[in-house]
Design a protein around this ligand. Structure first.
Ligand SMILES: [Fe+2]
Length: 434
């Protein structure tokens, strides 16, 4: 570990303080946590020559072979783009839709969404937006395994976020899965714009598939009653394609992995629209075609950190939906919300169960609220690894039966593989056959 002079002294003081008041968890003794980093705000770049210059570009997978390109301009301009498989040669063009929203005194820019395809799998595409000459590029995910999925929640906008993004960008990942809490705008809408600019270098090159957290709700009594206004306008996910009636929950397949994005802040009670949709979605899964099932939520159902204990989105959602996930033999559940990392064994109803999903909390993207450093002691037997550090995870699904999960801690400026485990798909366990 590299520790420079002032940061090193601060880390040492922090460590001594933590030891003296007994706050160290059982796994951080060998690790000196670096100090907090600055909050950042990303302005529109200086080379933006007009108010129709594209900004905040991000892409998301739509169906099996399409991609949605989303971007924002200050002023109205047609939602059109050109694309192709060679740099500078755009054989195809497409048009889409434009929307905008108002939030208190803030008027958003023009939000453009254009779906393109059919696209070839595992292929680089080059594109330009509107009348801009700037060229962007992305790579489509493979249609078959292996596939490399990056996972990071609760990103926010700090220098730690930047570090997490750098590490994810260097990982040669195929798609990012984000279990909620994106910008931490918290009603200050210009922070959504800043977040869009911060993530553009990555999010314009690989599909970012997100679900919502509590920081996306942005409801103000009397002044702005409608929830998720900015989130739904800026991050329009492909919910219609999976039969969902809401941007807050949906599913898709990537390289024979079925991914389900649930809404911890949408109604999840039995017989709610989300519950019925989830039940129908799981019933449609064919494990011969998609041998792996992943689920993303925001508030964790399993959590031995002292943060966010007892919240309804954890307790009541688990009570309502855990049976559905268990009966469908879901492999992994990723959650955010708690700003730390924790991996459980396969569990069901609070006990180890080889047919239940592995639960992972990965709300450690780097946001301004800092880390959740206190854990419940003793560590529950079902909790296999826990540590309060910023970082990200990589799930390499190798084939129908095996996947490698690795959690990378942000150690100063380096990603350090700190927790790594091979997982076997529950669909391949004879004892768990349905
Ligand atoms: Fe949260």
């Amino acid at each position: 570990m590299l520790i420079d002079g002032r940061a090193g002294r601060l880390s040492l003081i922090s460590l001594l303080l933590a030891v003296s008041i007994g706050l160290l968890s059982d796994v951080v003794c060998s690790y000196v946590r670096p100090p907090p980093r600055e909050i950042i705000f990303v302005k529109q770049s200086g080379d933006a020559d007009s108010d129709t210059t594209p900004q905040q570009v991000h892409i998301s997978q739509v169906g099996q072979d399409k991609m949605r390109i989303s971007w924002i301009t200050e002023s109205p301009t047609p939602a059109k783009l050109e694309y192709g498989t060679s740099p500078g040669a755009y054989r195809f063009s497409a048009t889409g839709t434009t929307s905008s929203y108002r939030y208190l005194m803030y008027n958003s820019g023009e939000i453009h969404d254009v779906d393109i395809g059919p696209l070839n799998p595992n292929t680089h595409y080059y594109y330009r937006l509107g009348d801009s000459a700037k060229q962007y590029n992305f790579k489509t995910p493979p249609s078959r395994l292996p596939v490399k999925l990056a996972v990071a929640g609760d990103l926010g906008q700090t220098e730690w976020t930047r570090s997490t993004l750098q590490h994810i960008g260097d990982s040669n990942y195929d798609m990012l899965l984000l279990p909620g809490d994106l910008s931490y705008a918290d009603d200050v809408q210009s922070l959504w714009d800043s977040f869009g600019r911060l993530v553009e270098p990555l999010a314009s090159q690989r599909p970012w598939m997100v679900t919502q957290g509590n920081h996306e709700v942005e409801k103000i009594p009397l002044f702005h009653r409608k929830p998720f206004t900015a989130y739904n306008a800026r991050w329009r996910m492909p919910f219609e394609e999976s039969g969902s009636d809401s941007n807050l929950y949906y599913s898709f397949d990537v390289a024979t992995v079925h991914v389900i994005m649930l809404g911890s802040y949408a109604d999840f009670a039995p017989h709610s629209a989300q519950y019925k949709w989830l039940e129908g979605d799981l019933n449609k899964v064919d494990r011969e075609k998609t041998p792996w099932i992943l689920v993303l939520i925001h508030a964790p159902w399993y959590n031995s950190n002292t943060a966010h204990q007892g919240e309804i989105q954890s307790i009541a959602m688990k009570a309502a939906m855990e049976d559905l996930l268990y009966r469908a033999r879901v492999d992994l559940v990723f959650a955010g919300h708690v700003h730390a990392y924790e991996r459980f064994t396969r569990v069901y109803k609070d006990k180890a169960d080889s047919c239940g999903p592995v639960h992972v909390t990965i709300g450690d993207g780097g946001n301004r609220e800092g880390l959740a450093t206190r854990y419940i002691d003793p560590k529950p037997e079902i909790s296999m690894f826990r540590e309060a550090s910023f970082g990200h995870g990589i799930l390499e699904v190798v084939n129908a039966t095996h996947a490698l999960w690795t959690w990378h801690r942000n150690d100063d400026n380096e990603p350090v593989a700190t927790d790594s485990v091979w997982l076997t798909s529950s669909s391949s366990f004879p004892a768990c056959k349905l």
